[in-house]
Design a protein around this ligand. Structure first.
Ligand SMILES: *Cc1c(COP(=O)(O)O)cnc(C)c1O
Length: 485
């Protein structure tokens, strides 16, 4: 890596600030405030700007190119969202302000709660959770407390399909409950008979993702929800990606009792390196008393107030959640309107099916459920006939050389060599064509020059990393020995 480390830049005496003359008496800082052992670089403003802009250009971002990272919904983040989030009346307020002074912000939160309730077909929403996984934890704690309130405190199991996102079993375990894994059938749907066999009076509920992570609509969802309810269980919907169903079908109408939304996926707020997440949770009326507190309510006098639901599970987050993300999602929903949101889903599904159809036609990458229409994403396999030494990881790394962020790889776990592709609605046909052409070129390279793929990426700022070691033994300082304990 040739990029200089910031501590090696600048030179003593250089400065990036130009202080006005002091108009108060000068005094020395207490000695303990100044640490001579910290080798802070002395740099001009221009050097600082160049350093960080250069670093940002080494990174990949949705504003730079196509980012078909399945399940992560890397859609374009409209810049109008940013303008709204920076309005002084929204950006410069404090959560401890007297509610009388922030009625507009509270009204926006109240309306966002209502809009999410309407989109999902549920009755009440909390905006507090800070991410999808955090919403899941909130939702499962609500389910568990509701079972206790029903006199069903002995229930201790959550059923989770084997196609689920890893956060589902992790959430269950963190809630002190036991995970029971459900197999998927050959058609990619939950195996209904296996579900029937697990339903007993120890089941708190089922966590289900629809469309599931194979990109398929669970065709038996209504029957599945009825079976769980009959057994006294509740149904949790993993609504991280509503991108296929908004304005078309409402999870609440299908029988879902609790659902989290990822504002940073479906509702276009930036994520990854771009900003904090937000994972609101919606519930049916029976579960509303258990929502985390406070939620924004409307008093009889017409004032927006902080409500504390009677049997609340308590706070799950400081203050009211990631408010700036609420503003961005609110803007996105208002900019689209009901018709527009439906169009988002239709176009997202169309784009994914377009890629699936092209890949099927060219026949380089198997698509295990290619006989069905996919929803907002599709799962192909990096198993190229005639290139047996080439794996999904090689294909993903080679895509970087072609200027694309790779799709999600090796997930869902039930598809060997999975390549999970989610184009989103914001991409043009030209982009989708060029991407599939790149995959076709890579398949040709895989057959003629597999070594090229094994050693990819060739053109990225760093070559292939040992990702496991990077995660387990991160080196976070340039001169670790110089950082005092
Ligand atoms: C992204 C995702 C989650 C988790 O959301 P985070 O905000 O990353 O915690 C859960 N389930 C599914 C299906 C997802 O795609």
């Amino acid at each position: 890596m040739s990029e200089p480390f910031i501590y090696d830049l600048g030179s003593p005496g250089r400065t990036g600030v130009d202080m006005p003359p002091a108009d108060v008496p000068l005094t020395d800082l207490p000695a303990g405030f100044l640490r001579q052992d910290l080798p802070l670089p002395e740099m001009s403003e221009l050097e600082v700007v160049r350093h960080y802009v250069r670093l940002s250009q080494l990174n990949y971002a949705v504003d730079k190119g196509f980012y078909p990272l399945g399940s992560c919904t890397m859609k374009y983040n409209p810049k109008v969202n940013e303008r709204m989030a920076r309005l002084p009346g929204l950006a410069d307020i404090h959560p401890l302000q007297d509610p009388a002074t922030v009625q507009g912000a509270m009204q926006m939160m109240y309306e966002l709660q209502q809009m999410l309730a309407e989109i999902s077909g549920l009755d009440a929403v909390t905006l507090q959770p800070a991410a999808g996984a955090h919403g899941e934890l909130t939702g499962v704690l609500i389910m568990r407390n509701a079972q206790i309130a029903r006199g069903q405190g002995h229930r201790n199991k959550i059923l989770v399909p084997d196609s689920a996102h890893g956060t589902n079993p992790a959430t269950t375990t963190m809630s002190g409950l036991e995970v029971i894994e459900l197999p998927s059938g050959p058609d990619g749907n939950v195996d209904v008979e296996a579900l029937r066999g697990e339903l007993d009076d120890h089941v708190v509920g089922l966590m289900i993702t629809n469309p599931n992570t194979l990109g398929l609509f669970e065709q038996n969802i209504v029957e599945i929800c009825e079976m769980v309810h009959e057994a006294g269980g509740l149904v949790y919907g993993d609504g991280a990606n509503l991108n296929a169903i908004m304005g078309i079908v409402r999870p609440g109408d299908l029988g879902i009792d609790v659902l989290h939304f990822n504002l940073h996926k479906t509702f276009s707020t930036p994520h990854g390196g771009g900003g904090p997440g937000s994972g609101p949770v919606g519930v049916v009326a029976e579960l509303a008393p258990f929502l985390p507190a406070p939620v924004v309510g409307l008093s009889e006098e017409g004032d927006f107030v902080w409500d504390w639901p009677e049997q609340s599970i308590g706070r799950v987050r400081a203050f009211n959640g990631n408010f700036g993300m609420h503003v961005r999602a609110y803007t996105y929903i208002r900019m689209h309107g009901a018709e527009g949101l439906r169009r988002v889903s239709e176009d997202a599904v169309l784009n994914a099916n377009y890629i699936q159809a092209l890949l099927k036609q060219r026949d380089d990458y198997p698509i295990p459920h290619g006989d069905r229409f996919c929803m907002h994403e599709l799962v192909a396999q990096g198993k190229i006939a005639g290139a047996e030494s080439v794996h999904t990881l090689d294909i993903a790394k080679r895509l970087i050389d072609y200027g694309y962020h790779p799709p999600t790889v090796y997930f869902p776990l039930i598809v060997p060599e999975a390549l999970m592709i989610e184009p989103t609605e914001t991409e043009s046909k030209d982009t989708l064509d060029a991407f599939v052409d790149a995959l076709t070129d890579i398949a040709r390279e895989a057959r003629s020059d597999p070594e090229l793929l094994h050693s990819a990426p060739q053109t990225a700022p760093v070559r292939r990393l040992d990702e496991v070691r990077a995660a387990r033994q991160p080196v976070l300082a340039r001169h670790p020995e110089a950082v005092s304990g």
